[in-house]
Design a binder for this molecule. Sequence first.
Ligand code: ATP
Ligand code: MG
Ligand code: MG
Ligand code: MG
Length: 477
Amino acid sequence: RAMRAEQIRETFLEFFERRGHRRLESASLVPSVYDPSVLLTTAGMQPLKPYFRGEEEPPARRLTSCQRCFRTTDIDNVGRTARHLTFFEMLGNFSIGDYFKREAIEYAYELSTEGFGFDPERIWITVFGGDPALGLGPDEEAIEYWRGVGIPEDRIVRLGRDDNFWQAGPTGPCGPCSELYYDRGPQYGADSERPGDDTDRFLEFWNLVFMQYELHPGDRLSELPQRNIDTGAGLERLAALLQGVPSVFESDLFRPLVELGEELSGRRYGEDFRVTRALRIIADHGRGATFLLADGVVPSNEERGYVLRRIMRRTVLQGRVLGIDRPLLEPLYERVIETMSGAWPYLRDERSTILRWARTEEQNFARTIEQGRDLLEELIARAKREGASEIDPEDAFRLHDTFGFPFELTRELLAEEGLSVDEQAVKRLMERAREVARRGASKAGTAAERRERAAELARASGAASRFVGYERLATDT
Ligand code: ATP
Ligand code: MG
Ligand code: MG
Ligand code: MG
């Protein structure tokens, strides 16, 4: 019988508790106000940084946690790979100046093989292979300890600085990493021969960071006075591997969510790539939005609120891909709460707030879409009058940039009318707008500019009376 997610979580935390680790509650997805370095919590070590830096006394030298995490950088991977999510749970064990490499490696191996029952023959390891700029050779210590637990040389892969050296910035604490992978067999990537090639045959499930240096300007290293261990294992990846399913989305954590998408749409997971991908994105973003809302984030056009708004609206759009035309967010978040509140009881406390935002945001987005559609219809009518086969890329861009009307909808509706738009040109305009935003044009100036452009477009399409305000949203798939 395969281990359920519930048991995997407990097995991990208990394993380390029995080895002297103090179990910590997960921190919020919203980082402490004292840590402006990240928008959202992306790893188990993040809330522990003051301990690692020696700024605060830890409750114990050995800690373990299951931390809720959110990685905006993985949004585009969701649905495409077997292993990437925006929201996930990271299990971790930490040593604040207590044990170091040997124990970290021995614990990880023991828990993987004896605790979880992974076939030792299929476990592959990556270690830091050295870097001339840092003046470091391969991590011989790590290699020796992995050999010591029984991993043969040919399953220990040396990778470079990009893959296996952890640093939080150009300076500060840092150190080599070592990762555990599971070989799922050639059916998941026939050309794949070893970890590190970014296929899903060799699936990374655990990362060990050996924090032992301080990085100074110019890549100069010095030894840290206190050596730390920071590890992270993705619960969903462990579940997929231990349940023998092709991806995280077929694990018990996701099945009820995928099923809801199937029920609401009448489509089947696995039917074709587009449908499967949409069902996966809906399930992932459903979890992400529910947890962000539970942690007090609200949809807006800035920072965390914008991340939330983006995944909420993207969910609705993926629902459209499946032909869902009734409210999706509320039943979805309700299902997430049902599925996850055993492990995360605080979801139940925030239930009514979560569901209220689901309704409001979905209604707002419906209005945005309606308004954009009216404007687009005007543009289509004009193109037809003029006998053109395309609309002006500038107009398509403004629909997206000023009215928050998703470009993919523009493309779809144009195609229905036998019209098109120069997509490259639109993409260039979007890129230019992003650059302007990056260069940090003052917010007031930008908003004024956008309002001006909005008015212009509304005038051009004769829809001035329908313009209800400025909204920015990048919902390109
Ligand atoms: P990958 O190379 O697969 O993108 P990573 O090296 O970026 O993973 P780490 O930063 O090492 O991941 O995070 C530690 C662990 O957290 C990973 O080994 C994995 O189990 C899990 N993890 C990381 N990113 C994700 C994600 N986007 N979705 C689910 N689990 C994740
Ligand atoms: Mg990654
Ligand atoms: Mg990796
Ligand atoms: Mg990693």
